[in-house]
Design a binder for this molecule. Sequence first.
Ligand code: GLY
Ligand code: MN
Ligand code: MN
Length: 505
Amino acid sequence: MFYLMIFFLVYLANKKIKKMKIKSLLLLFLSISVLNGYSQDDLPQDYLSSDFHKDRREQLRKSMPANSVAVFFANAVRNRANDVDYVYHQDPNFYYLTGYHEPNAMLLIFSEDQQNEDSTFNELIYVQKRNEMAEMWTGRRLGVEGTANKLGFKNVFNGEDFKDIPVDFSKFDKVMFRDFFNDVRDNKRDNADLYSLIEQFKSKVSYESLPSKIPAGEEIVEVETNIDVRSLRTLMASLREIKTKDELKLLKKACEISAVGQIEIMKAMHPDMSEAEIQGTHEFVYKKYNVEYEGYPSIVGVGNNGCVLHYIENTKMSAGKEMVLMDLGAEYHGYTADVTRTIPANGKFNKEQKAIYDLVYKAQEAGIAKTVIGSDMRRDIDKAGRDIINQGLADLGIIESPTQKHLYFPHGTSHHIGLDVHDLSNRGPLKENMVITVEPGIYIPEGSPCDEKWWGIAVRIEDCILITKDGPVNLSAMAPRSSDAIEEMMKEESILNAFKLPNLD
Ligand code: GLY
Ligand code: MN
Ligand code: MN
């Protein structure tokens, strides 16, 4: 495009078109180039802003103890096989505080201004260095300049500069970080990779002197240390468990996209569908909305497979007349939904399926009603649903009495969602603008000690509930939930059924 315009202008100049005209053409050219630049950068416009991340750092700083520093590391690159790595995903805390998507980086936040010869700073970020060859293969890097300009950091350095950081860690009362799992690969050709950053950091803070690092059998001598590997989790949870307006926008979108995925599969479902195709239909919908990732591996379990709570093999070839438990969540700009629907593959619940389904539905309704400011996830929400399920299982003769111990509902009812599907939280009473799941379930595996007519029935219903002053708001409500509403939706035609592919051997 650029070269075509140049060619065109030279051509016009040769034709001796008046100076004025050339001037206006030049202006036109400039505006087209700008537009062209934008179209090359045709990216979503609804990412979190650098102001959001800056504000999060500010809030963390305010909550830190005096004379402390908080240190965060980017996620590691993980190898899948040979020269192929797993798709990179940023560490949620690092993303929350920076907006930086790349590996091999670290962030330091200081509770007070730090002074050295030529500057004052209260945060430092070390990032991947620009590298033409690497960027040709694995994508563009922000580098120092990009991190300063796009993410609004004032003090940005290349990772290789961390070894010379102008900070004496021994002077702080607390050096806070999350402990390491020691599972990061060393890229031996790069002395500024995550491995090197961690090793250099450990030596600067005398990490090996932590009492918990002394090898078993050796005498533990009480050592004075300013290292704190516990507090940061609590501080970050206090921030992340309450969603800001900007976060809620993204989380709501993730939930709605996931609900649309459930709706489309309800229309398209038929008994010959495989678990993999059902998974693909949801994920196809996600991609139509430009979702980057699934928030966790998609769970699609037909019949008895649904009894495995995190079943992700998704290899069964056909659904037949069984129910299909579908627990999937779109992750939109970092924020993940967590939505489950369980539907009969042939469009109609049979008697036993309906009895179990309606019981879980009733338990979920009771749980959602308790999802209000001040509630406790275990004592209020879980209990409300569990009491109903226990009574219902007894009424159906699946257990002998509501107080009998059993494994038909083996998980909790709620967890927070956000940048992690099981998001950070301090598990206190619910507050305004928290978002949690309400997900009761009943799972009756083959061979269970009850009438075999119940065997292989697994039902979970899961929605994402926003806590507000006016009560619970179901962010995934678009996807039908009651057995009647599901059967109605399953009567609808799906355009996907016209999508025929050739048979392959
Ligand atoms: N999808 C995982 C869960 O429901 O917690
Ligand atoms: Mn969940
Ligand atoms: Mn789930």
